[in-house]
Design a protein around this ligand. Sequence first.
Ligand code: DQA
Length: 148
Amino acid sequence: MTRSILILNGPNLNLLGTRQPEVYGPTTLQDIQDMCSAKAAQLGISMVFRQSNHEGELVDALHAARGTHAGVILNAGAYTHTSVALMDAISSIMLPVIELHLSNIHAREAFRHKSYIAPVAIGQICGFGAAGYPLAMDALVSYLGDAE
Ligand code: DQA
């Protein structure tokens, strides 16, 4: 069976392309999804790409990933810095999760240095803009190895 991964995007990422392009670049979320589809084909995996502005929907999507996907790439947006609920969801689903950010959160405001996702993620990729998405896919596939 083809291995499947979930790429989950949080609040305001639907506005990429017009949202603070000096921070997040000119690429739209649709462009990123297209890039991830091409990368998935290259890696021989299938991929579901989602975005929600709602914390509870992100929690639900993480719960639903269990039994459906082999791992998750999560750009939780601002919920990264606030959400114990997302942290607990990740701890509960027993799936490898990679934390992803377009910007380098450690080089920005102090409140962005704190991540509730980092302690429960297998690793973090940030600061590479849209290119971080295919990098995270490589990292997840490499982490999953041959395990089912
Ligand atoms: C972000 C970084 C967060 O601090 C911010 O709230 C976002 C986007 C990123 O991809 O760089 O919404 O997750």
